[in-house]
Ligand binder design. Structure first.
Ligand SMILES: Nc1ncnc2c1ncn2[C@@H]1O[C@H](COP(=O)(O)OP(=O)(O)OP(=O)(O)O)[C@@H](O)[C@H]1O
Length: 622
């Protein structure tokens, strides 16, 4: 079969171990540290399989942890010269279960896919869980803090795992919750996965159809999968005969609080029908950054930077006061990096948790007019339709910025622009429309053209003009209200009105709708979790203070408790993930303490993670 020049060049540039993983004829587990090229190898594998291993009627399913990760992989496969329209399904596990299993085959088994408004929104999940808590006599426990724990229990229940470590009343509440879902004829994201596993396990024809469509399954970030998802993969492998390519890093396992466990990756690697491969070179970071990160993790992995890579720069800044000082120093460091010519989108400020630190950093960035995007901005409505609108806004804003730039800046902006393409937006809209059970558009070009008219009109919509009029045009031009009305996900049925309400009440300009999205010229402000899988030239880590990281965990009601040993280790791994995002510079900020939202001063000093890290470093590094 014909291999594209782009793929040949990519295969040529891979390390022999990476290449061995791509070319292996069978199941693979690829375990490796940060920056070792796991994602790059995974993308090459998808392209290789599509081009050479399967007929053009069959495809590859790729499961990722987040939607942006799915989008990035699709984009990279496309860049490798593979014409994979309709042959690659790249999505989160929930979308995979909904679209490729429940929606595709549910009707064959008497298990219809969810209809309009049947998938509970986040608020509805919390409300239902709270009722269950009330009924089992723990009404004082706030459901909004316990959804991850309840998910963990439901996953353990679905896998018949030991429940001894859970509070029996919360187990009872989880059982009641499942019962209520059935009674009300609704489901949530978690129930979708559980249903999909049942469907695959119990129906041979579903398995046959899945294998015919996707003879290969690729899973990214395997260490973040819980027991149910692992069971899904095993069912697809052992019962359906699908070839599995799993990629992960046990050191980057940071979702234990929802039942994820790195042991599943190890379990897969130990199987005789899997080839277990490891990668050792870190292509991202300088050696000093790698050494410091491993000291923070407390596990000397001995990973090496690529040959000739500059060592990198690691600094610990000590402030004298509280969180406002952290915010001030953070912004100083961002300004210094920018003055060295590092473009804003190559700089990330990563914070351990929401709260006063985030408020102070945001305020200081705004005061200094440093453009930033705050990932996971919770002021905008949740759900895939809201996210789609935000991505459309990002495209419109980027077009406008490039148009408004001077000739000298334009070429550079075009090169760096990350705004979504019309093709990618059209794909998302097609998925949303299918999920809402709308008739397919009259032609393949219909949606890209409609998008082009809305987002790339001759007269571009200014980034600082009121967003409401733009949103109304988009709603009408793309018939988004039809999507909202028919969509199973409750978050989507209300999000357009939610967005319009915000535009009205807060006087949003177009730029505000795009603020969480990838737009040229913005520094990223994100949690450690949200930064996973990404890379930046410079990473600034404010708030490395005992009490903020590690931090206490909710214990029900308004109570908090110290983290268990396992929880402490997981928090340590999130710190490791944050450190390993940097290519050339990491700045950590420590101090004597911090003030809480209620004005109390907590003088616990620097984070124990930083203290232990420094203690473990060889003398020449400190
Ligand atoms: N063989 C290679 N030669 C040169 N650069 C490489 C090679 N493999 C990967 N890289 C580069 O290293 C960087 C990290 O790669 P990638 O994001 O795939 O790593 P990863 O293992 O998925 O990282 P993480 O686990 O931290 O998310 C990327 O910039 C990638 O292009």
């Amino acid at each position: 079969m014909q291999v594209s020049d782009a793929l040949l060049a990519e295969l040529d540039s891979l390390h022999p171990r990476q290449l061995a993983a791509v070319l292996h004829d069978g199941n693979v587990v690829l375990r490796a540290g940060p920056g070792s090229g796991k994602t790059r190898t995974l993308v090459a594998r998808i392209a290789y399989v599509l081009q050479t291993q399967i007929s053009s009627f069959r495809g590859v399913a790729c499961i990722t942890y987040t939607n942006p990760a799915a989008e990035e992989i699709r984009r990279r496969v496309h860049r490798s010269g593979v014409r994979a329209e309709g042959r690659i399904t790249c999505s989160t596990v929930h979308a995979f279960c909904l679209n490729e299993i429940l929606r595709a085959f549910g009707h064959l088994t008497g298990q219809p896919a969810p209809e309009a408004g049947q998938v509970l929104s986040k608020a509805a999940i919390e409300a239902l869980l709270q009722r269950c808590f009330d009924q089992v006599g723990i009404g004082e426990v706030l459901a909004q803090h316990r959804v991850p724990q309840s998910t963990k229990i439901r996953r353990a229940l679905a896998c018949n795992e030991d429940l001894d470590s859970f509070d029996p009343r919360e187990v009872q509440a989880a059982l009641l919750y499942e019962e209520q879902l059935l009674l009300r004829g609704v489901i949530d994201f978690e129930a979708m996965v559980i249903l999909a596993v049942h469907l695959v396990r119990e129906h041979a024809h579903v398995r046959d159809l899945l294998r015919a469509r996707f003879p290969h399954l690729v899973v990214d970030e395997y260490q973040d999968l819980g027991g149910v998802l692992h069971e899904l993969v095993l069912a697809l492998r052992d019962l359906a005969g699908i070839t599995v390519f799993a990629v992960g890093d046990t050191d980057q396992s940071v979702y234990g609080f929802t039942g994820a466990d790195a042991k599943y990756l190890t379990e897969l690697a130990d199987r005789p029908d899997f080839r277990d491969l490891e990668l050792e070179v870190n292509y991202r970071s300088g050696q000093d950054i790698i050494t410091v990160a491993e000291a923070a993790l407390g596990l000397p992995r001995g990973r090496l930077a690529r040959e000739g890579a500059p060592p990198g720069d690691v600094k610990i800044e000590q402030v004298e006061g509280g969180l406002q000082d952290h915010a001030r120093v953070t912004c100083d460091l961002v300004e210094q990096a920018q003055s060295k010519g590092i473009s804003p989108e190559r700089i990330a400020i990563l914070y351990p948790a929401r709260g006063r630190l985030l408020d102070d950093v945001r305020r200081e960035l705004t005061r200094r007019e440093l453009d930033f995007r705050h990932e996971g901005d919770d002021k905008l409505p949740a759900g895939s339709l809201s996210r789609f609108v935000q991505r459309c806004a990002a495209r419109a804003v980027t077009n406008y910025q490039i148009h408004a730039a001077s000739n000298a800046d334009r070429a550079d902006m075009l090169r760096r622009a990350q705004a979504p393409s019309l093709a990618s937006l059209a794909r998302t809209l097609t998925t949303l429309r299918t999920e809402a059970r709308l008739a397919p558009p009259p032609s393949r070009l219909f949606l890209p053209r409609a998008l082009q008219q809305c987002l790339d009109p001759e007269e571009l919509y200014p980034a600082d003009a009121p967003a409401l009029a733009w949103l109304e045009q988009l709603r009408a031009g793309l018939a988004l209200d039809e999507v909202a009305e028919g969509h199973p996900d409750q978050d989507n049925t209300s999000s357009l009105d939610g967005l319009a309400g915000l535009c009205r009440s807060k006087g949003f300009v177009l730029q505000d709708l795009a603020r969480g999205e990838e737009v040229v010229g913005k520094v990223l402000l994100a949690t450690y979790h949200a930064a996973k899988g990404r890379e930046f030239d410079t990473v600034v880590l404010p708030g490395l203070l005992q009490g903020l990281i590690p931090h206490d965990v909710p214990a029900g009601g308004n109570r908090w408790r110290k983290p268990t040993e396992a929880e402490l280790e997981e928090q340590r791994r999130t710190f490791y993930v944050a450190l390993t995002r940097a290519e050339s510079t990491v700045n950590m900020i420590v101090g004597p303490g911090y003030e809480t939202k209620n004005g109390y001063w907590m003088s616990f000093g620097p984070s124990e993670f930083v203290i232990e890290m420094v203690r473990r470093l060889p003398e020449e590094e400190t």
